[in-house]
Design a protein around this ligand. Structure first.
Ligand SMILES: [Zn+2]
Ligand SMILES: [Zn+2]
Length: 293
């Protein structure tokens, strides 16, 4: 069943109920209408981000303007990184430093695979002169909000607070040694994010009847238009509409949200049609930036 985007874009999240806000659905393609990959799970006025694609802080500000107070830039304090591909991490310095300049006082908590610590340390070093000038110069600036609390995590439960429990699971993504998907339980819902992955039983197990499965996807129909070396890469690293139709039927989410879409000339409706042509009968929507599900 195709759900028109207008229907799934809900009112501002009601207190206590977890909601998913898609900040950016983009890919490395510099599509001006689709910001870099980033999501937020919002529960009880707190936000938990997944990935930091380019534009993440501005998209969060747009969501705040749209009524999601938890996504005010100064409130962005926790992010889970799926893997270190640049399209998922180029917004990390933005997420570290922009909210600080906008008066966030707490350090940014970053969770992610091995390598995230070194990446974060390099970024801190890269911007050290900016931090020095802001703190020592005339600009009012706190001395805590630019800091980063980074943790390299394994699979299993990696985070728990009064709102959510977060579990990481390993997914196969091309040549990456470690790439994660994440499952959020809290606010009365279960939300599973595939991360970048080829079709994997790990996602089926992580969802297993979950409320929302956010899954990356590429067009199986348009795949044949790609050069052979790119076809080889995409088959090894990503998930086609055909594969996702089979996978999602086994994972049984109440709502499947297509994300990080590679269209190659088709569109949102086209991707949904491909899933349905491949036999998927569950609720499915192709995410747009700032969609809430
Ligand atoms: Zn990606
Ligand atoms: Zn990737």
């Amino acid at each position: 069943m195709f759900i028109p985007p207008g229907l799934a874009a809900q009112q501002p999240p009601t207190a206590g109920r977890a909601s998913l806000v898609v900040l950016g659905t983009g890919t490395p393609n510099a599509d001006p209408d689709r910001s870099g990959p980033a999501l937020a799970v919002v529960v009880n006025g707190a936000s938990y981000l997944v990935d930091a694609g380019p534009g993440v802080v501005r998209r969060a500000a747009a969501a705040e303007r749209g009524g999601v107070a938890a996504l005010a830039p100064s409130k962005l304090s926790t992010v889970f990184i799926t893997h270190l591909h640049s399209d998922h991490t180029i917004g990390l310095p933005d997420l570290i430093f922009t909210p600080w300049v906008l008066e966030r006082e707490v350090p940014l908590s970053v969770y992610g695979p091995p390598g995230i610590k070194a990446m974060t340390e390099h970024l801190e070093r890269a911007y050290s002169e900016d931090v020095r000038v802001r703190i020592d110069g005339a600009e009012p600036a706190n001395t805590t909000g630019f800091r980063v609390a980074v943790q390299e995590v394994d699979t299993g439960e990696i985070f728990r607070d009064s709102n959510v429990v977060v579990r990481a699971f390993a997914v196969p993504h091309g040549d990456w040694r470690v790439a994660y998907g994440y499952r959020f339980d809290g606010g009365g819902r279960s939300i599973v994010v595939s991360g970048d992955t080829r079709a994997s039983d790990a996602v089926v197990r992580a969802c297993d009847g979950c409320d929302v499965l956010v899954h990356e996807v590429y067009s199986a129909t348009r795949f044949v238009t790609r050069p052979p070396d790119w076809q080889r890469y995409h088959a090894a690293a990503h998930t086609s509409t055909k594969e996702l139709a089979i996978l999602a039927a086994r994972a049984r989410p109440k709502l499947l949200v297509l994300y990080h879409q590679l269209y190659w000339g088709t569109d949102d409706e086209g991707l949904v049609r491909e899933l349905e042509a491949a036999g998927y009968t569950g609720a499915v929507i192709s995410a747009r930036d700032l969609g809430r599900y």
